[in-house]
Ligand binder design. Structure first.
Ligand code: NAD
Length: 500
């Protein structure tokens, strides 16, 4: 049985054998490998290696650090097929989507290639008589990232790319469900010239997460996962004196105005609700048609589009989506479908009990469509994270605007309309962090920043872009004077200095 080990101080291995967790092939339902679940001793070894390596890395000029990013990007591109197959075999998303996962991460590396430019500080000459003020951004030291299963390449690269380019050492604790790609990325970083100890991977579950949150040498923690755990990580990390950003779950809405191009909306919804089997924090699992006529027409077009979706193994180039990540998650999604039925929503298309011929043990779920879902239902309030689309009908624009605004999650939202005024009002007033206008999955490009509101994110900085640079650096501000020994030399000042 293949064992996925930690990657500490430039090579595989940790403090010794301990607990392990199974890694499935979601296409077959079989265990394909095991991952070591690390302990405090593994983390201590990684921290020691990081402490040894980080000062020299921080002192390496930013252009040289950027060159490692350029080399890493080229290596990932050269290994794209291998990485995509590895990712797909543990996650279950189709190959083309796996490549997208890697590519979106690489775009953050492209941003990090420009780190010399963005790390330049501010300077004021003559802030007072003979006084200059300048600021510099310095690395935190050692940062850590704790990442979810659903983007095993993109999210580790969101964090590590910016943290490392800024001069930090970075310790990654990826999801134990699909940990192989994160390790390969760390190996490729080494090959690209990153010094040993600057990017390390420790595996584990709650025990390792708690060790990270409590470790006094780790100065900043970035987390992405479900909201309850995000909140826990935020509280515990902050209590330990760390800087923490913790992104959580989502329930993104797509508002469909009466003037929208419904054929385009249906095509967009099919991909956004069912792509990656709905296991995306920026999936669109709720659609809100405005007005009865829109609802009827949309439902009529959605049903055949959903019935035409092809569910297949993740290597099937014609499949729209593959299996979900494991049996427990499939059971959870199917339970939510039952809850929706019990709460009185109309199950228009039922994806439960789906079996793929020849892969009966795989973790497949057919697509499901609910209509007449209401805000009072727990199946609406909670994240399902599966191939399930819910129609929540709204009478008018104001009611549609209230739905995502009042929801506990506030990650992404989209509006489909031909009316510029309605779109502009919606974008300005909706209580959600990322907005798409006729764009179903509004994941911002790497040089902007990613982050939701409400229970979708704890902390006050977003991922990547300049917000990422702020998160992974501390500002130091210097006020300098070079006295010439002339008038006033040697005088003491007993009042607070002002520049007046
Ligand atoms: P998860 O919360 O189960 O796991 C995330 C990380 O936390 C993993 O590394 C896991 O090992 C660790 N963890 C799990 N249980 C823990 C515990 N009790 N204590 C401490 N750490 C623990 O999330 P997941 O199922 O891997 O990922 C799916 C979730 O992530 C969804 O809710 C999705 O919306 C969310 N997500 C959010 C974003 C975003 O940017 N907002 C992006 C991707 C995914």
């Amino acid at each position: 049985m293949r064992i996925v080990d930690h990657f500490i101080a430039g090579s595989a291995g940790g403090a010794g054998a301990g607990r392990e967790s199974e890694i499935f092939d979601p296409n077959t339902g079989q265990v394909q490998a095991k991952v070591r679940l690390g302990t405090q001793a593994d983390l201590d070894a990684a921290v020691a290696a990081a402490q040894a390596a980080q000062p020299a890395w921080a002192a390496t000029n930013p252009q040289r650090r950027a060159r490692v990013m350029f080399a890493f990007k080229a290596l990932v591109e050269a290994n794209m097929d291998e990485l995509a197959h590895l990712l797909s075999s543990e996650h279950g998303k189709v190959i083309a989507d796996s490549k997208g996962d890697i590519q979106r991460g690489l775009e953050v590396i492209e941003f990090a290639c420009g780190i010399p430019h963005v790390l330049k500080g501010e300077y004021t000459q003559g802030a007072g008589p003979g006084i200059d003020v300048y600021s510099m951004r310095q690395p935190i030291g050692i940062g850590a990232g704790i990442t979810p299963f659903n983007f095993p390449a993109m999210i580790p690269l969101w964090m590590s790319g910016v943290a490392i380019a800024c001069g930090n050492a970075f310790i990654l604790k990826p999801s134990e469900r699909d940990p192989s790609v994160p390790v390969r990325l760390a190996e490729l970083f080494r090959e690209a010239g990153l010094p040993e100890g600057i990017l390390q991977v420790v595996h584990g579950d709650k025990e390792m997460v708690d060790a990270i949150l409590d470790h006094p040498a780790i100065g900043a923690v970035s987390f992405v996962g479900s909201s309850d755990i995000a909140h826990y990580v935020y509280r515990r990390g902050v209590a330990a004196g760390k800087r923490v950003q913790a992104m959580g779950g989502a329930k993104n809405h797509g508002i469909v105005m009466p003037d929208a191009d419904l054929d385009q909306v249906v095509a967009d919804l099919a991909g956004a609700a069912f792509g990656s089997a709905g296991e995306r924090c920026m999936a669109l699992p709720v659609v809100v048609p405005v007005g009865e006529k829109t609802a009827v027409a949309l439902r009529q077009k959605l049903i055949p589009a959903i019935e035409a979706l092809r569910v297949g193994v993740s290597t099937d180039a014609d499949a729209h989506y593959g299996p979900v990540v494991n049996a427990a998650h499939r059971a959870r999604v199917e339970n939510w479908i039952q809850t929706g039925v019990d709460e009185g929503a109309e199950l228009v298309v039922d994806g439960r009990g789906f079996a793929l011929q020849g892969h009966e043990e795989g973790f497949f779920i057919g697509p499901s469509l609910f209509d007449h879902v209401t805000p009072q239902m727990s199946a609406y309030q909670e994240e399902i994270f599966g191939p399930v689309l819910q129609i929540v009908r709204a009478n008018d624009f104001e009611e549609a605007l209230r739905l995502p605004s009042d929801h506990q999650y506030g990650n992404g939202v989209a509006i489909f309309t031909r009316n510029g005024h309605a779109a502009r009002e919606f974008a300005a007033r909706v209580n959600v962090g990322m907005v798409g206008i006729n764009v179903p999955i509004p994941v911002p490009v790497a040089y902007h920043t990613f982050g939701g509101w409400k229970r979708s994110a704890y902390g006050d900085t977003n991922q990547h872009g300049m917000e990422g640079v702020k998160f992974w650096t501390k500002v130091k501000t210097i006020t300098q004077r070079w006295p010439d020994g002339g008038v006033g030399a040697g005088d003491s000042a007993f009042i607070i200095p002002t520049m007046g």
